[in-house]
Write a protein that binds this ligand. Structure first.
Ligand code: AMP
Length: 643
């Protein structure tokens, strides 16, 4: 058990690794590290009839889950899946998602998440780079996303194959070195890159967190993360590893804090992990259910105000840190109430941390260095990219094992005088926006690929992506360019604002001077002509939207919320404010379906079954706003006398 109140040992952060991080970290595997697929079945004999997983489609006991996994694995073997075969998963969020992932492992293959929310062009690029010949999917997924895939097996929501014949029974021996998954992340060269993670790294993660967290068979973990973000691995597997239950939130629930909250309460969820943006959505949607006693926050720096909010009901909060390249999380720290920044905690089992300067020399106490991570979690590298792998996966001088490597994270940190590991941001142009990892270079490459753009830069301002364009002769049609970007970039990588410059600012040595890039003023995207919102509900909504989006220009009745830079958290805030103003419960999906003020206002009126129309409520409130305190008191007295 990590003692969270103990300062980070110097040895764990620098130079000679501590005992746990040394030797065993690279190379020798312990029993459970032989393959993550095998280790999660240790509860099958102990509690076969305990519920292992629930989803919007139903529930499966350990025995049923195991049966389904074996059945699907047989079909996969019939398709030729064996050790190292990459299998795409383009799935909905049902119990079948977990069945698919485990079946790929049981057949010996490696899964590759193909997020159905991604554009077809990006998925095709990932499939090509990974060498995928077979994809598992479900009926609800748009089949055109998989055009050109040699073999597709469609599964029922519960993971039963609807097509394909099983191969005769057979098994593959466990092997910790075998590939478990390929996880694509944004690439600064303009193309996503696949991180190749072996089973031993996954097994080490599970063992470490099983020891670290108070988790057991009574626990129910709400899984909210897309398969294409590696932290999903922990939330889908640790509950099985410890005899508990995975509660898979459906796609609709993941972006709707109220629905998520309802699900968590209904299922008696006790543990959850999310990014800071994810936790804020829950906090804004009626609060984190008190049954969730263990809370993990990671993927981005955990601000103190959020930590305090998550600690408010005496829950156990952990700040977890780590890049995809070292398998989900590499450090964890129990967060206590109190002033000051939240630290990164200590390395998890068989993991070593090193704070190094530009020459690879350990920095002195208090000095800023780049975090390098060694140990059992280090991935093989970037699939098919030896140059990029060599640049970041460096020889490990302190491991003691031949061939061991450490990953240069690009994260800056220092050891505080109190001995704590403090995160200080990035050394490069990788950013996080609402929990999504983005290389600004990838967006810039996509912008520069447009014929009308001579040069381009991207940046994050006020938590949003912005673009800087230097046009060639003709003007740039921003709305149209954004549409073109959508063919290769996921929605979260599309800049929401832009500004046109005659040239990009440069430093004296000719590099892009990012600090000199101006903050673009908020402008309405030119997709709809401006139509003023009607008085009453539409004007109310325009005011709410402007407040949430930080708009400095009026918002038109036909403007699209998402075009204006709206995202899940902003949508949650809009719904919360509408709810507070009108006392009306509005499903968040309404905003996704009716993303304009006019459309949303019309839907609100449909939803409202009270005697007073929303327009009446708005008018009444306007009248009340105009009254003095005495007049209001008089009104209340009259009402009281009449009752
Ligand atoms: P990803 O590969 O998507 O998990 O992103 C990894 C990067 O996210 C790290 O290199 C950090 O820059 C950032 N990150 C992850 N967790 C934390 C955390 N708890 N605090 C600060 N930054 C974090």
């Amino acid at each position: 058990m990590t003692d969270d109140t103990t300062p980070l040992p110097r040895s764990a952060a620098n130079g000679a690794a501590n005992g746990a991080a040394n030797g065993a970290a690279n190379g020798a595997a312990n029993g459970a590290a032989n393959g993550a697929a095998g280790t999660i079945w240790r509860w099958l004999d102990k509690a076969p009839d305990a519920v292992a997983v629930t989803g919007s489609d139903g529930r499966l006991t350990y025995r049923e889950l195991h049966r389904r996994v074996e059945d699907l694995a047989a079909v996969l073997r019939g398709h030729g899946v064996g050790p190292e075969t990459p299998v795409g998963l383009c799935m909905e969020r049902t119990t079948g998602m977990l069945v698919a992932m485990l079946a790929v492992w049981t057949a010996g293959g490696a899964y590759v998440p193909l997020d159905p929310a991604f554009p077809a062009g990006r998925l095709a690029m990932m499939r090509q780079d990974a060498g995928i010949g077979l994809v598992l999917t479900q009926a609800g997924v748009d089949p055109t996303l998989l055009d050109g895939v040699p073999a597709v097996v469609t599964l029922s929501p519960g993971g039963r194959p609807l097509t394909g014949a099983p191969a005769p029974a057979g098994g593959v021996a466990a092997d910790g070195d075998r590939l478990a998954y390929l996880m694509f992340t944004s690439g600064s060269t303009g193309r996503p890159k696949g991180v190749a993670v072996p089973h031993r790294a996954v097994a080490n993660l599970l063992e470490s967190f099983a020891e670290l967290l108070p988790i057991g068979p009574e626990d129910r973990w709400l899984a909210v993360t897309t398969l294409s973000f590696d932290i999903s691995v922990l939330e889908l597997l640790l509950p099985l590893f410890t005899g508990g239950r995975v509660v898979i939130a459906a796609t609709g629930e993941v972006s709707d804090g109220w629905a998520l909250r309802e699900r968590a309460v209904a299922e008696g969820v006790t543990i959850m992990q999310a990014t800071p943006a994810g936790w804020r959505i829950l906090l804004e949607s009626g609060g984190v259910p008190a049954t969730i006693r263990t809370r993990l926050c990671g993927g981005e720096a955990l601000p103190r105000d959020l930590a305090d909010a998550l600690l408010a009901d005496d829950a156990e909060l952990w700040n977890v840190y780590g890049p995809t390249e070292t398998t989900v999380w590499s450090t964890a720290g129990r967060v206590r109430p109190g002033p000051g920044a939240v630290d990164l905690g200590s390395p998890i089992g068989r993991t070593s941390l090193h704070l190094l300067d530009g020459n690879g020399t350990p920095v002195a106490d208090g000095e800023v260095g780049e975090l390098h991570i060694g140990g059992a979690g280090v991935a093989r590298g970037y699939h098919g990219l030896p140059g990029q792998t060599a640049a970041r996966f460096l020889p490990h001088p302190h491991a003691g094992a031949p061939g061991a490597r450490m990953y240069a994270t690009g994260d800056l940190a220092r050891i505080t005088p109190a001995g704590r590991l403090e995160y200080l941001g990035r050394a490069d142009q990788q950013v996080k926006v609402h929990g999504f990892r983005i290389e600004l270079g990838e967006i810039e490459a996509a912008l520069r690929a447009a014929a009308e753009v001579r040069d381009a830069a991207a940046a994050v301002r006020d938590g949003r992506l912005v673009a800087y364009l230097v046009p060639r002769a003709q003007a740039v049609d921003w709305a149209e360019l954004r549409e073109r970007l959508r063919a290769s970039l996921p929605d979260y990588m599309i800049p929401v604002r832009h500004t046109t410059l005659t040239s990009l600012p440069l430093t004296p040595n000719g590099k892009l001077d990012r600090a000199a890039l101006p903050t673009p003023s908020w402008t309405r995207p030119g997709t709809a002509a401006f139509r003023a919102p009607a008085a009453g509900v539409e004007s109310d909504l325009a005011e709410i939207w402007a407040g949430v989006l930080g708009a400095t220009e009026p918002i038109g009745a036909d403007d699209d919320f998402f075009e204006l830079g709206g995202h899940s958290l902003a949508a949650t805030q809009i719904i919360a404010r509408v709810q507070a103003r009108y006392g009306l419960e509005v499903p968040i999906v309404v905003l996704f379906e009716r993303p304009t003020i006019a459309g949303f206002a019309a839907r609100l009126d449909d939803l409202d079954d009270a005697e007073l129309s929303l327009a009446d409520v708005a008018a009444l409130r306007d009248q009340l706003d105009g009254l003095s305190a005495e007049e209001l008191q008089g009104l209340f007295d009259d009402l009281a006398a009449g009752s």
